[in-house]
Design a protein around this ligand. Sequence first.
Ligand code: NDP
Ligand code: GDP
Length: 320
Amino acid sequence: MTKQALITGITGQDGSYLAELLLSKGYKVFGLRRRTSMPIMENIDHIKNEIEFIDGDLLDQGSLINAVRISNPDEVYNLAAQSFVATSWIQPVATGQATGIGVTNMLEAVRLVKPEARFYQASSSEMFGKVVETPQKETTPFYPRSPYGVAKVYGHWITVNYRESYNMYACSGILFNHESPRRGIEFVTRKVSDAVARIKLGLQNELRMGNLDAKRDWGFAGDYVKAMWLMLQQDKADDYVISTGETHTIEELVEVAFSHVGLNWRDYVVVDQKFVRPAEVDLLLGNCTKANEKLGWELEVGFEELVKMMVDSDLERLSK
Ligand code: NDP
Ligand code: GDP
């Protein structure tokens, strides 16, 4: 029997890679899409005819109930969120509603219409924030450092709570930063790859950035969506950290990206206080031994390969 999946956040980075993965496995894929004045289809343009779109919004409970009814899913992947940390200080309430309460809205829709559907929640390493141990694993206590991180902690615990209260198959993937040529342009990796390509092509002459000392554990989104799928194929629902086990500074990121096109980053990067955050997450480094051992999940793309892939992709896009 063909499996059916409902993906929220289908237009985003992860939604697009996950849709590709599920289509390649023969799933019928439904995507929750919110109304925008201009459709944002760049990430999924190549597969849009294979997806059945359902209009809805995480803030509109009825639309989610409707989406679960129409899609009759075996699996629900809740990827939608206000996902940019910096914006969460400017729009803390909207972030709390979409990234936090939105999870309960989605869980309620599943509980009411199809409680046997398997549910994936997109939790985040930002929940570890001001880290209390390194590396961070499933049992590491949370200490979020932004309205985004706080909302994700709520989304995480409500998912655990629905599993324990209603015996639903609900999993939380605690994913460390993952990137790709489809990453939103405001995130640091993509901001850098886009700027490096523009500088190389003579379209821009400097790159203004915030804190270069922060450290992140960056992986490739295409590898990480495989872990989401694996989490929903187990005998028992559980939570898993997904990471590379390597951490790099923003300065190292910039260095790899500029040197890939034969430039010295020090000639172009300017630190601008505008991009420094009110509270910083200084260090993220994940331990994903549990996912390696229980899910058999393995990483394929490493840090340098990822950065070069993103720079090459932006060079190709901007050269056209
Ligand atoms: P994106 O920002 O690329 O995508 C977010 C998606 O959510 C978009 O499709 C967006 O739609 C949708 N969305 C936002 N608000 C609503 C709403 N109110 N109702 C319905 N849809 C909405 O994020 P990513 O793909 O990078 O990340 C996917 C998930 O994983 C997010 O929850 C993110 O917080 C989480 N995460 C991501 C990590 C990463 O490194 N990428 C790390 C850990 C967790 P639209 O196109 O209309 O804006
Ligand atoms: P996050 O880990 O989800 O917040 O992902 P981001 O890619 O937005 O940021 C990663 C890190 O890069 C954070 O520590 C930021 O403070 C740091 N950073 C430094 N300069 C910039 C910048 O210009 N833009 C962004 N987005 N982040 C920056």
